[in-house]
Design a protein around this ligand. Structure first.
Ligand code: GYE
Length: 334
C-alpha cells in the first residue's frame, strides 16, 4: 500500500508530467482539451450528491485535482439517486470517455451498467464508496477509506469519552445511520457493533438506530423522534458530522445539553464538526478524509496507461477528542 505522502508526491509528478494543459474544463464540458499536441485524458465522474460538508470538500478536491492534472472532467451530481448515477455512467460510456470514476450511492445494483462499460473497454475506478459485485473484473480499484475500521475507532473513542465524562454502568446508545444501503452506513455500523459485542456486551446497548441519510435535516428529524421514544439516551453515535449537527439542534430543542447530557461521537471531521466539538457539543470525531482528488487522478492516469494498481487504495486518517478541537480547528482543510 502506498502511503498518502507517496501519493501526493506522485500526484505532483503526474501534474508536472502532464504539464499546463491548455483548457481543462469542468462540469460536463464536451470540448476536447489538448496538452502539448496530445489529447488530454477524459474522465467521467459521477458524484453521489451534495448531502454533506464531506461531500462538498470531496467534490472540490476532485475538480481541483483534475484541473491540476490537465484532464477534461465530465462531472455530474446524482442527488443521492442511483438511477441518476446509472444514467450519468451510461452517458459517459456513450461519449467514449477514457476512464469512468464514481462514488456509488449504495453498494448493490451496479453489475449491468458496469458490464456495459467493460464491453466498451472503459475502465472503472471506484472512489470513496465500494460496490458488491459477483464479478470483480467490473472495476479496477477503490480509492477510499476503511469504513469498518472507522466504526471500530468510533467505539474505541467512545470508551475514552465515557471515562472522561465519569459515566458508570449501562450505556444507552442511539445510532444515526448514513444512507441505507451505502457502504459507509453498513460498514461503520458493523465496525462499531463488532467492538461493542466483543468488549461491551454487558454494559452497552443500541436502543434506537435509524437512517438520517447523511444530512443535517435527517439527523435533526430522526433525533427528535429518538428523544420522544427514548428520553434517557446516554450516547449518540452519528455516522457523519452533519447528522450529528442536526441532532444537536434537536437535543437543544428538547432542553438537553449536547456533549453533556448526551455524549456525541461522529465521523468525518469537517470544519463545522470541529466547531461543534470546540463548543463542547461533540465529544469526539473519527476522521474520514474527503480530499481524495490527487490520489484519484494519479490512479486514473495509471489505469489509462495500462499499469497495474492495487485493488484498494486506503486513505489514512486520525481520531480527535474534544480537548484537541480548538488547537486543530485552524489547521483543518475541509
Ligand atoms: O462520511 C458522509 C457523506 O461516503 C465517506 O458520505 C462518505 C460519506 C461521509 O455523505 O458525510
Amino acid at each position: 500500500m502506498l502511503s498518502r505522502r507517496n501519493f501526493l508526491t506522485a500526484a505532483v509528478g503526474v501534474a508536472a508530467a502532464t504539464g499546463l494543459a491548455a483548457c481543462a474544463k469542468e462540469d460536463d464540458s464536451a470540448s476536447d482539451s489538448t496538452s502539448g499536441g496530445s489529447k488530454a485524458l477524459v474522465l467521467g465522474f459521477s458524484q453521489v450528491g451534495s448531502e454533506s460538508g464531506w461531500r462538498s470538500a470531496n467534490t472540490d478536491s476532485v475538480k481541483e485535482a483534475a484541473k491540476t492534472a490537465g484532464y477534461t472532467l465530465k462531472f455530474s451530481d446524482a442527488q443521492q439517486k442511483q438511477e441518476n448515477q446509472i444514467s450519468a455512467i451510461r452517458s459517459y460510456i456513450t461519449q467514449g470517455v477514457d476512464v469512468i470514476a464514481f462514488s456509488p450511492v449504495v453498494v448493490t445494483g451496479w453489475d449491468a451498467v458496469l458490464k456495459e462499460a467493460k464491453a466498451k473497454k472503459i475502465p472503472v475506478v471506484l472512489t470513496d464508496r465500494s460496490v458488491e459485485t459477483s464479478d470483480e473484473s467490473l472495476y479496477v480499484t477503490l480509492v477510499g477509506s476503511d469504513f469498518t475500521d472507522e466504526g471500530r475507532r468510533a467505539a474505541k473513542i467512545l470508551e475514552k469519552v465515557l471515562e472522561k465524562a465519569g459515566h458508570k454502568g449501562a450505556v444507552k446508545i442511539a445510532q444515526l445511520e448514513g444512507t441505507t444501503g451505502a457502504a459507509p452506513a453498513i460498514e461503520r455500523a458493523k465496525g462499531f457493533k463488532e467492538v461493542m459485542d466483543a468488549d461491551h456486551a454487558d454494559d452497552w446497548k443500541i436502543v434506537v438506530s435509524q437512517t438520517g441519510d447523511f444530512t443535517r435535516a435527517g439527523g435533526k428529524q430522526v433525533m427528535a423522534a429518538f428523544l420522544q421514544s427514548n428520553p434517557d439516551i446516554d450516547v449518540l453515535f452519528a455516522h457523519n458530522d452533519d447528522m450529528g449537527i442536526g441532532a444537536i439542534q434537536a437535543i437543544e430543542a428538547a432542553g438537553k445539553k449536547p456533549g453533556k447530557d448526551i455524549l456525541i461521537v461522529t465521523v468525518d471531521g469537517v470544519k463545522d464538526g470541529f466547531i461543534a466539538m470546540s463548543e463542547g457539543k461533540i465529544n469526539a470525531i473519527v476522521e474520514c478524509n474527503p480530499l481524495l482528488g490527487p490520489q484519484l487522478m494519479e490512479v486514473v492516469q495509471k489505469v489509462k496507461d495500462g499499469e497495474t494498481v492495487e485493488r484498494w487504495i486506503k486513505t489514512k486518517e486520525g481520531d480527535f477528542m474534544q480537548d484537541q478541537a480548538k488547537a486543530a480547528l485552524p489547521t483543518r482543510k475541509y
